[in-house]
Design a binder for this molecule. Structure first.
Ligand SMILES: Nc1ncnc2c1ncn2[C@@H]1O[C@H](COP(=O)(O)OP(=O)(O)OP(=O)(O)O)[C@@H](O)[C@H]1O
Ligand SMILES: [Mg+2]
Length: 512
């Protein structure tokens, strides 16, 4: 007898429906075909044990399992459930009352028949809905993630038995419903880390407000203990709330990485801070079973590289293309997959190998050669993609000891959101640009036109401070954001003047 059950395969962040056909005929053997990988090949041991522990066994006949389309590579252990069920149906040991053609089932089996979580539940649900399936059965841990999709019945189950009871009509569980509005309301609650904890540092806070408002990449340069890490960690608290579109995009990526949160939808912007020993594959994604890397897990959020010079230069270099394109493409002989990676890069570093500014006040003096070697550790092209460089000085003791709190994140965030609204309006007709940092040179020419006075100021500053040509576009973009924070339609001289200050690393003589 032949049975057909539907499952899903994941490619990148998209799913494809796979049909699992089981045929049991005369002879002896167990054949699994349709380009399965090793994890799927091993499924027969798991399935045999799981069935045995539940009073069934794989029949001693010729069992042929085909995963169609047969020319597509299938990976992972998530096909155990549909294969086991197909075997029982084909063997005539189980007759479901429900029509299986409108159902998708996925789950790994433990040896006692328990269902273990799978990766990519959200893309599976999106695909199931798209292709007109009525229901999706998944391990309980994945159900919330999939229930985000409306118009599809999602059932989370703990055990193989539970699935059989449901299909035979013995039990009638309710599909899971997710209160999306409630999740988004939670998002507006105060985040744990607030800018009001930071004493002083008004100019740095201003800088971070600008970075948040325009989505600019940012580097904080300062001696140990000056508060760089503390400040960077508070950045998410002033970023605009996530839209449903952004939230779905980010959750999909976390879902295929098997890192979705227990609430289903990710409604807080991600803040990822990988350790400096990270490998290039872990940072940008890839591997023999391609997985999204940290840059994709920070999609629509912040990637924080603390102590930038400690990262291996080669690792930083691989971030260049994704930073530019806002997505990363991983190529293999037979396929390519693309993961989105639109994130804000925030980095921190000490100004010198000794840790302090080379201005004569520091306890350690570094030679120009030492400084050069230190700066060479950081990839130049990476620095090229950072709009705002800011020097952080430690706050004096008197200020730290003060009782009154600084401005809190809520009111800063309000201004950021207002500036973002202006940008959304400006870029309404552009498909890939939503905020100032995403502008290309052509957009900069049309949206950051300067009057004569500002133009003269910029030229003068570039000459006097010996700013590099690459700084030019960056200054204009940041000036545009500063003008947006003021609600000004045109970029004026004082916006340019402020933006010029945020190019510390471009100044000649910075190396001391
Ligand atoms: N402006 C400030 N207001 C309140 N606390 C501060 C401030 N600056 C520093 N601190 C305190 O100093 C601690 C150290 O700061 P932080 O770890 O952010 O420094 P850092 O610049 O990252 O140093 P390092 O280069 O060593 O990593 C913070 O946890 C905080 O308690
Ligand atoms: Mg630090």
């Amino acid at each position: 007898m032949l049975s057909k059950i539907c499952g899903c395969a994941i490619f990148g962040i998209e799913a494809t429906v796979i049909t699992i056909e089981v045929h049991i005929g005369p002879g002896v053997g167990y054949h699994l075909v349709g380009l399965p990988d090793n994890a799927i090949r091993e499924s027969n041991y798991r399935i045999a044990a799981a069935l045995l522990n539940n009073g069934y066994r794989i029949p001693g006949k010729k069992v042929t399992i085909n995963m169609a389309p047969a020319d597509m590579r299938k990976e992972g252990s998530a096909y155990d459930l549909p294969i086991a069920l197909g075997i029982l149906i084909s063997a005539g040991r189980f007759t479901p009352l429900k029509d299986l053609s409108g159902l998708i089932l996925m789950g790994e089996l433990s040896l006692d028949g328990g269902l273990l979580p799978v990766k990519g539940a959200l893309p599976m649900a999106v695909k199931a809905k798209e292709e007109g399936y009525a229901a999706l059965i998944l391990p309980e841990e994945n159900a919330e993630e999939a229930a985000v999709v409306e118009g599809l019945d999602v059932y989370g189950m703990k055990h193989f038995r539970e699935v059989m009871d449901f299909l035979s009509g013995t039990s009638t569980p309710r599909p899971l419903k997710l209160e999306k509005e409630m999740l988004f309301r939670d998002q507006l609650e105060f985040p744990e880390l607030d800018f009001s904890d930071v004493r002083g540092q008004e100019s740095i806070k201003r800088c971070m407000e600008i970075a948040a408002a325009g989505g600019h990449n940012l580097i904080l340069i300062g001696p140990p203990g000056s508060g760089k890490t503390m400040l960077a960690k508070r950045l998410p608290s002033i970023l605009p709330p996530m839209s449903l579109r952004e939230s779905l995009e980010t959750t999909k990526i976390h879902s295929v990485a098997g890192k979705a949160n227990s609430k289903g939808l990710i409604v807080q912007r991600p803040f990822r801070s990988p350790h400096h020993t990270i490998s290039d594959v872990a940072l940008v994604g890839g591997g023999s079973y391609p997985q999204p890397g940290e840059i994709s897990l920070s999609h629509n959020g912040v990637l924080f590289l603390d102590e930038l010079p400690e990262f291996k230069r080669a690792v930083l270099e691989v971030m260049r293309q994704p930073l530019e394109d806002r997505e990363v493409t991983i190529s293999r002989a037979k396929f390519t997959i693309t993961y989105p990676s639109s994130f804000m890069l925030v980095a921190s570093m000490n100004p010198s190998p000794g840790g302090y500014f080379n201005d004569g006040s520091s306890p350690v003096v570094n030679s120009p050669a030492e400084m050069q070697r230190y700066m060479n550790k950081i990839s130049g092209p990476l620095l090229d993609r950072i709009d705002i460089h800011i020097e952080v000085n430690p706050v004096p003791f008197e200020e730290l000891a003060k009782r009154e709190k600084g401005e809190g994140s809520a009111s800063i965030r309000e201004r950021v959101c207002q500036a973002r609204r202006l940008q959304e309006k400006r870029f309404m007709k552009l498909e890939k640009v939503h905020y100032n940092a995403q502008m290309s040179t052509r957009h900069i020419r049309s949206f950051c036109a300067l009057d004569r006075a500002s133009s003269a100021l910029l030229k003068n500053a570039m000459d006097r401070l010996k700013l590099s040509a690459r700084a030019y576009d960056r200054i204009l973009k940041v000036a545009r954001t500063i003008a947006d924070l003021e609600g000004e339609p045109h970029v004026a001289a004082h916006h340019i003047a402020e933006a010029i200050q945020y190019r510390s690393l471009d100044r000649e003589g910075w190396l001391g």
